[in-house]
Ligand binder design. Structure first.
Ligand code: IPD
Length: 285
């Protein structure tokens, strides 16, 4: 596929990405919850560690990424592919690039909690053009094509109209940060938000779903990547960032600068509370 992608091609590709996310979602669900699954899979789920003992990868992550890449390659053999299970990628270039998180929320998945998702995004000219985030446990499919709005199970969604942080539910993630300095930074940020009087702060364990929850108004704001070791990666953001933007969310770095999916922090927020959140997190400014 070349870089000049017509809208009709983006729609066709987004339908394809949704079908693949559903297939991969059913596969991982059957591996983790065989008793509740229609599709039985006799393979054993094995768990391994990546960057540290809290950063997990399972055979379901590997199988899901393989399935997604195989299906996408059949359709778009000349595109570039970035996947969480292949490690840190080279920076984005002008090639059409598929960015895949085979399971976002692997720790939840391992522990049997239901917040996890398959994420597929297509970036064209370094900007995300399509995003699909599918949670097989809830059968929720979030999707967006640049310029055409955001959807949950094909029904349009939009962000909360809330204009005050004291009426806001904020989501944040501890990630895999275990250094004293990093933990202090995250505690400080959480302290500032709580002292400011936000309605609640939650840690759900899937950055991609957090952003989709902001997109549909379940929460007003996500704060991610506060400390270096918990930093989010391109596959955590790519698909969900376009869902959030198309639903009306504003995305910034933790310092309040403009956001791009290669950044390592994010504030993803309903427009009415973004400035207040940037000030709360950066009181020195
Ligand atoms: C992780 C989750 C988590 C976030 C981490 C991510 P993974 O993704 O999104 O909430 O805090 O930074 O790496 O490893 O489960 O795909």
């Amino acid at each position: 596929m070349g870089n000049a992608v017509a809208d009709r091609d983006l729609f066709a590709l987004s339908l394809h990405a949704k079908a693949i996310a559903k297939e991969a979602g059913k596969l991982i669900f059957s591996l983790r919850f065989p008793a509740q699954s229609e599709q039985k899979d006799s393979n054993q789920l094995c768990i391994d560690e990546k960057s540290n003992s809290t950063d997990l990868v399972t055979t379901a992550d590997i199988a899901s990424q393989r399935l997604v890449f195989d299906r996408l390659r059949q359709h778009c053999p000349n595109d570039r592919f970035i996947g969480e299970e292949d490690g840190k990628p080279e920076p984005l270039d002008n090639r059409a690039t598929w960015i895949v998180d085979a399971i976002d929320g692997t720790t939840n998945f391992v522990h049997g909690l239901h917040d996890f998702a398959v994420c597929i995004a297509l970036a064209v000219d370094k900007a995300v053009a399509i995003g699909v985030v599918y949670n097989p446990a809830t059968d929720e499919m979030f999707s967006a094509v640049r310029g055409y709005g955001a959807f949950l199970n094909d029904i349009p969604i939009s962000v909360s109209s809330c204009s005050l942080l004291r009426d806001s539910l904020v989501l944040t993630e501890w990630g895999y940060e275990r250094s004293e300095l990093g933990i202090d930074l995250m505690l400080k940020a959480n302290r500032r938000m709580l002292m400011h009087g936000v309605r609640g702060v939650r840690q759900l364990g899937s950055g991609a779903l957090d952003m989709c929850y902001v997109a549909m108004g379940r929460a007003e704001c996500v704060v991610g990547g506060i400390a270096t070791g918990d930093s989010w990666s391109i596959w955590d953001y790519a698909a969900a960032s376009i869902v959030a933007e198309e639903a009306g969310a504003v995305l910034r770095t933790k310092e309040g600068h403009s956001f791009h999916i290669e950044e390592d922090s994010v504030i993803c927020s309903a427009p009415g509370v973004i400035d207040e959140m940037v000030s709360v997190l950066n009181p020195e400014k």
